[in-house]
Every structure is written in C-alpha cells, then in structure tokens.
Ligand binder design. Structure first.
Ligand code: HSE
Length: 311
C-alpha cells in the first residue's frame, strides 16, 4: 500500500473529574489525514486544508508525532501528509490530538503495523508536546483506542480501555473563542488541598465503577470537578449558566471539554440530548458570543481507515 486516508476523531479529555487521565472518543467529527509513501526520507506536510497551521513538520502536531515514529524504525523512504483539518484548533475537543494520532496511525498501516497501539499513543504524545507544551495522553489515547480511556501512567505509558454505557449522547457547545491549552494549564495551582483531592479521586473511581456497572446515576454523580473547573470556568463566558441549564434540562453531567472553551453535556438518550441542545442554544443565543452546538455519540472504534476501502 502506498497511500491511505484515515478519519481521526475529536475527543473530550478530563471528563470533569479526571484531569489528564480520563478521555472519551467522539463520533462524527474528526480530521481526515492522507499519508503517502515518498522516496525522500523524513516527513513532509504537503497540504493543510481548513485552518492555517504550521507546515514545518517539527512544529506541527501530525508532523512531530510522525517524526517520533520515524526515530524508532530504520527505513529508506519517507511520508507526505495531507490534512483536512476539521477539528477547530483551540476548541477543547482534542484538535492537536486528532492530527497527532491520525498521522502515526496511518503511517503504521502503510508500514504493515510494526507498532502497537500503545506505541502509537506514545508517538502521538510527542505531537501534543509540540502543540500544547506537554506530552499529554488523555486525548490521543481515546482517539486511537476509541471509547473511554484511563491513562494509568505516562512513564511508563500505560493506558486502560474502559467500557462504555450504551445510550450516551454528547452535546458539544463550542463558543467561538480560542483558549490555548498551554495557557489553561498555566493558570492551575501547583498544589491542591487534600480535601479536594479526596473528593476528586473518589469521583474518578466511582465514574469507572459506573461504566463497568452500567450505573447511569453513579456516572452522573461522578461527573464533578472540584479542582480544575473552578479556575478554568472563568475563561469561558457564561460557563456556570450553561452548566445549570444543561443539568436542569436533564443531562447526566456537564463540564469543560479538555482545556476548553468547548463545554460538553453527556445525556442518556437522544431525546434528552435534543432537549439539552435546544435549551443551551436558546440561552447562548442571548449572549454576544458566536458559537456552534452539535450532538454526537461516543465513538467506540477510534481512528478508522477511509481509503482504500476494503469492502
Ligand atoms: N488534560 C488536558 C488539559 C487536555 O486539560 O489540559 C487538553 O485538551
């Protein structure tokens, strides 16, 4: 195979209580990444459609992850990458991760899969390092593995795939402001009170139990963030009001998606998701901020091949 196109999905990191450890893969929205084998060694970003991002491979999330992969294999050819960028940079739904994960997934396929998914996550983390200043795994892991994931540790890298609840719908509100992940990380305190930590790790444990036990009530109770949200919510216009409206309209939980500004609401069933969307839409329409809002589902598959089609 000389050329491949993959769909590399958007993701919601943190899921309120799990800063830097929990993540969830989204359906319907993702970057389309085409990788072609070329004679010249190295990585060339040939095209970028949708957004104006660096074409220098060392400065681009897809390029940096691909370069990390190339360091681990001895080959006498290289790859050209074309990106149709559909996940808005700086939106909070894992834009850099979808590019970083997509390029290495595609290259691995062209090479005949010499690397495991865990190794691909490690390469993609290098893309995250370039894009947001930290080699975080909580977006790239669900993009590659699909579903819900838990980053047990980054060094050594260990990521667990978690079960999902069947009837989940996700509402994403994307206020059209940009928050840089690096900035949203820098405003967080270096130390936290023990009482907050106790609450937070109880929530993480309960959320994971809820996924295994298929317990929607416990899942809902556990979607609570007493550590990061109080700081970051100040960066997002009317966050507290949106959250209140979402919960009153029946969502299971509502929080900041990754480092924001996107706000996610998780709902049980499509009817509930439509109701939540309508209520948030009506409210946010009264603010002065432009926004997009959409409903999607949990994507249990992760990155998938679009071309060539094997059917
Ligand atoms: N866990 C990261 C953060 C995700 O919250 O900074 C960034 O999308």
């Amino acid at each position: 195979m000389q050329k491949i196109t993959v769909f590399s999905p958007a993701t919601v990191a943190n899921l309120s209580c799990g800063y830097d450890v929990l993540g969830m893969c989204l359906a319907h929205i993702g970057d389309e990444i085409t990788v072609t084998k070329i004679a010249a060694k190295g990585i060339k970003i040939a095209k970028m459609k949708g957004f104006d991002l660096p074409l220098d491979a060392t400065k681009n999330a897809a390029g940096a992850s691909a370069l990390a992969l190339l360091k681990k294999i001895d080959i006498d050819f290289g790859f050209e990458i074309e990106i149709v960028k559909k996940v808005h940079p700086g939106s909070g739904i894992g834009s850099s991760a979808s590019s970083a994960a997509g390029s290495v997934f595609a290259i691995n396929e062209l090479l005949g899969r010499p690397f495991s998914k865990m190794q691909l996550i490690a390469f993609a983390m290098e893309g995250e390092r370039v894009a947001c200043g930290a080699p975080i795994a909580d977006n790239v892991a669900p993009a590659i593995l699909g579903g819900f994931t838990l980053v047990k540790s980054t060094n050594p890298l260990k990521v667990l795939s978690l079960p999902t609840l069947n009837d989940l719908f996700v509402v994403i509100l994307h206020p059209q402001i940009e928050i840089k992940t690096a900035d949203a990380r820098n405003i967080l305190p270096k130390e936290i009170p023990l009482t907050a930590a106790v609450k937070q790790w109880a929530n993480v444990g309960s959320l994971i139990s809820a996924l295994y036990e298929k317990d929607y009530d416990l899942f809902s109770e556990s979607l609570e963030d007493v550590i990061v949200e109080p700081y970051r919510s100040k960066l997002i216009p009317d966050f507290n009001q949106v959250k209140l409206i979402s919960l009153e309209a029946g969502s299971l939980g509502c929080g900041i998606s990754g480092s924001g500004p996107a706000i996610f609401s998780i709902c049980k069933g499509e009817k509930s998701a439509i109701n939540v969307t309508e209520k948030i839409n009506t409210f946010y329409g009264t603010t002065s901020i432009n926004f997009h809002i959409f409903i999607t589902k949990v994507n249990s598959e992760g990155i998938k091949i679009m071309q060539p089609k094997y059917t």
